[in-house]
Write a protein that binds this ligand. Structure first.
Ligand SMILES: Nc1ncnc2c1ncn2[C@@H]1O[C@H](COP(=O)(O)OP(=O)(O)OP(=O)(O)O)[C@@H](O)[C@H]1O
Length: 745
């Protein structure tokens, strides 16, 4: 099995192609037709951005952390209840502790090799006169350094291997908790800005679960302190005879900690695209379902189609089947980089000369230290080489591993952000309640009654969208009897689509009552109500899954029934063009980029990102030699046929039960050619039988003649009646009809 993973930096020529990745991203050449490309793009800030961090922000960060502590305790309790989690986290902490002590050990070992090779005055004199170097000391130093570097890498690798099973287990718990909650949110709740913020910061793009990130970040901060103290301890122990070196040590470390921070933080984010090929259907599906529950555009279909539970179950099943291979880009990259020989060598080539004193990093020595060095050389010339080496090592220690106040604050603020997110996650699972409250009455009591349709009545209904300043319509009343054909028409923005959204209870009326079969719609069980109707929205969305599933999800009960999917495609006029596609019903209809906003969320309170996105994937395709053979962009009309097919999937008759009692279509033929439109209306009439049908459409010539009720909307409901009645009245409907008829002639 071979696999490819690469990341590409825009506006840079270096493109790395790495052969890494778990089997989940496997790509067998024989299965070339089943490739699926997964992309991730990080937004960019093309210039360096300075963020001013006030002392109030610092205090706020700590206050925020303190406030959210109960959620951290809850998180730890949760983690403790996951089998093996406690042992693995303990192992992780041990590995981290070892990693934090290694720099101190390395420092001690380096000093030891230098001091054991302490030369007599005559030997030093000779060495200085002949300018020879004791090679054995250099070799000792290099060996110690190499051993420490390799050990650090191995520990880093061990760390990522240990954290991964913990992360996977937690991810499953999160999935149950968060994915399910998200999948079942209704439209107004999903659209609330707080939920959207939460969604943006959480599900999509982090390499680790929030819980693991919090453990990792807090361990990092603690270990930074351990590293600092252990190195100071070594310096004090080894250099206790050299008082002035200790003073320099303290100065250097504190200078490094305080590192002239002016209260600003500079952030540069380079655009980044990662891409991978995969043939693993479960992995592709998980990614697609994640996008589906996050995307507000798909929410209407998800809610009206009763798909929440079904999508959550599918996600859990895919996640279970993939098991530990369900990793993201960053994690693969991270694991790979630990044992990457090239990067180890690069690191050593960069720092070894400084350790060996070939490149002493003199530019980093400040004036105080230079003066101290000069004084020491004047007092005791023979100790100069040793003293010089001590200074270099100390500088190495202080500059390489002392966390600066800036980075400490950054780490704390990231940690505070993550802790807030964990709070939000718990709140999402526990407290976020759908705004549309479920009813308790089963609907209908007798399923067979659906065969003769459903009646709908609006009584003085007024509706205003959440966050909107004006009403979509006011005081609308009408009644559609069971089995009738109703056509809603009227001027743009008069509220036609909104009426259909209220019937499927995507929203509740601001005022007034809606009756379904003479019962208040709010008393009926939501799942039953939505099961009893098929609805096509004007602003429909497709799901980021293959065509087969896009249609199949129209009726989750038959989502795997190929025969029914083909029948729905035929009725919706989509079968022919789907069969012509190279991948047929397996064609994906999106080529999606996942944007990573996570980086911003860590520093959210201080900035508002105003950045460009990388939309053009052709470069990624070219560089990665990706041929997008399973993704084909469809035309507007083809998209609409697909949407109609998905809607009809729910209305297909079954042997035992009538499927739905009502069909709602909002401009179903807006993008269709005249022949396709004609055929669609013929098919819909046949399929309808004696069910209730409501159309919102401007293309009404044929339909309205046969309609039992026409609602003419103009700012609100202005006229209602049959075609003949409205024509007799001679109002706006009659005027438009005549205009259309003239056009037609
Ligand atoms: N999600 C929304 N949030 C806020 N306002 C909305 C939303 N959707 C629609 N509106 C507003 O509600 C009013 C009615 O919109 P609706 O889409 O029902 O009109 P329509 O009659 O179907 O229009 P068209 O003929 O253009 O399809 C419009 O003024 C519109 O701006």
């Amino acid at each position: 099995m071979s696999w490819t993973f690469f990341h590409h930096r825009e506006k840079e020529t270096n493109v790395n192609t790495l052969r890494i990745g778990p089997p989940a991203w496997g790509c067998s050449p024989r299965q070339a037709h089943a490739h699926r490309y997964i992309y991730e793009a990080r937004k960019s800030w093309h210039s360096r951005l300075q963020i001013r961090i006030s002392s109030l922000s610092i205090l706020e960060t700590y206050a925020q952390m303190l406030q959210n502590m109960p959620y951290v305790v809850r998180m730890l309790k949760d983690m403790y209840s996951i089998p093996r989690c406690f042992i693995l986290i303990s192992a992780y902490l041990v590995v981290e502790l070892l990693g934090a002590l290694i720099p101190a050990f390395s420092l001690w070992a380096l000093f030891a090799s230098i001091y054991t090779a302490r030369l007599s005055h005559t030997q030093v004199e000779t060495a200085m006169e002949t300018r020879t170097v004791d090679m054995s000391v250099l070799v000792d130093v290099a060996v110690v350094y190499l051993a420490c570097t390799i050990t650090m890498r191995l520990l880093k690798y061990a760390r990522s291997r240990i954290i991964r099973p913990v992360d996977t287990s937690i991810r499953r718990v999160n999935t149950k908790r968060v994915f399910h909650s998200l999948a079942c949110l209704d439209v107004p709740t999903h659209g609330r800005s707080r939920i959207l913020d939460l969604i943006n910061g959480k599900l999509g793009d982090s390499h680790l679960t929030l819980q693991c990130e919090i453990v990792e970040m807090s361990t990092n901060i603690t270990m930074a302190v351990v590293r600092l103290l252990s190195q100071l301890l070594v310096l004090v122990t080894v250099l206790r005879e050299q008082q002035d070196v200790i003073i320099v040590a303290i100065l250097s470390f504190s200078q490094s900690i305080l590192s002239n921070w002016d209260g600003t933080q500079t952030v540069t984010v380079r655009p980044l695209v990662r891409a991978a090929k995969t043939t693993n259907k479960d992995f592709s599906r998980m990614k697609a379902l994640e996008r589906l529950v996050l995307d507000h555009k798909c929410r209407k279909e998800l809610v009206a189609g009763n798909l929440g539970e079904c999508i959550a179950a599918q996600f859990c099943e895919s996640s279970r089947r993939i098991g530990d291979d369900a990793v993201d880009f960053s994690e693969v990259e991270r694991i790979h980089s630990c044992l990457n020989v090239v990067s180890i060598l690069r690191e050593m080539i960069h720092t070894l000369p400084q350790v060996l004193g070939i490149d002493p990093g003199v530019e980093e020595a400040d004036q105080v230290n230079q003066i101290l060095f000069a004084l020491r050389v004047m007092q005791e010339p023979m100790t100069a080489p040793l003293y010089f080496v001590s200074l270099i090592l100390m500088y190495q220690a202080s500059f390489s591993s002392t966390p600066s106040s800036k980075s400490l604050f950054r780490r704390h603020s990231s940690l505070a952000g993550k802790i807030s997110s964990i709070r939000a996650m718990f709140e999402l699972a526990d407290k976020v309640r759908n705004e549309i409250v479920d009813g308790t009455k089963p609907f209908p009591e007798d399923k067979q009654s659906l065969r003769s349709g459903i009646s709908i009545e609006f009584r003085n209904v007024t509706f205003q969208y959440p966050d909107s300043e004006k009403c979509a319509f006011r005081n609308v009343s009408f009644k559609v009897e069971a089995g009738q054909l109703c056509v809603i028409m009227g001027v743009n923005g008069s509220g036609k689509s909104t009426i259909l959204k209220l019937i499927s209870r995507l929203y509740d009326p601001t005022d007034g009552t809606i009756l379904i079969n003479d019962q208040d719609i709010k008393t009926l069980k939501l799942a039953d109500l939505r099961d009893a109707m098929s609805i096509l929205f004007q602003d429909y969305s497709h799901f980021p899954v293959p065509i087969r599933e896009n249609i199949g999800l129209g009726n989750p009960a038959f989502a795997n029934d190929d025969e029914k999917i083909h029948e729905a495609a035929r009725l919706g006029g989509a079968e022919e063009f789907i069969d012509d596609l190279p991948d047929g019903f397996d064609t994906w209809i999106d080529d999606h980029v996942q944007y990573c906003d996570n980086y911003y969320n860590n520093i959210g309170p201080f900035m508002s990102p105003d950045s460009e996105c990388l939309d053009d994937l052709s470069l990624v395709h070219r560089v990665g030699n990706f041929r997008s053979n399973s993704y084909i962009p469809l035309s507007g009309g083809q998209m609409q046929r697909l949407a109609v097919s998905r809607t009809l999937m729910r209305s297909l008759p079954t042997e035992t039960e009538p499927s739905t009692g009502m069909l709602l279509f909002d401009e179903p033929s807006a993008s269709l050619d005249p022949t396709a439109e004609h055929t669609l209306f013929e098919r819909l009439q046949k399929l309808r039988g004696s069910k209730t049908m409501i159309f919102s459409t401007h293309r009404f010539a044929k339909l309205t003649r046969h309609a039992d009720l026409i609602l003419y909307m103009d700012g609100s409901l202005q006229e209602q009646g049959t075609h003949d009645e409205l024509m007799r009245k001679g109002g706006e409907y009659a005027r438009i009809w005549n205009l259309q008829a003239m056009d037609f002639l």
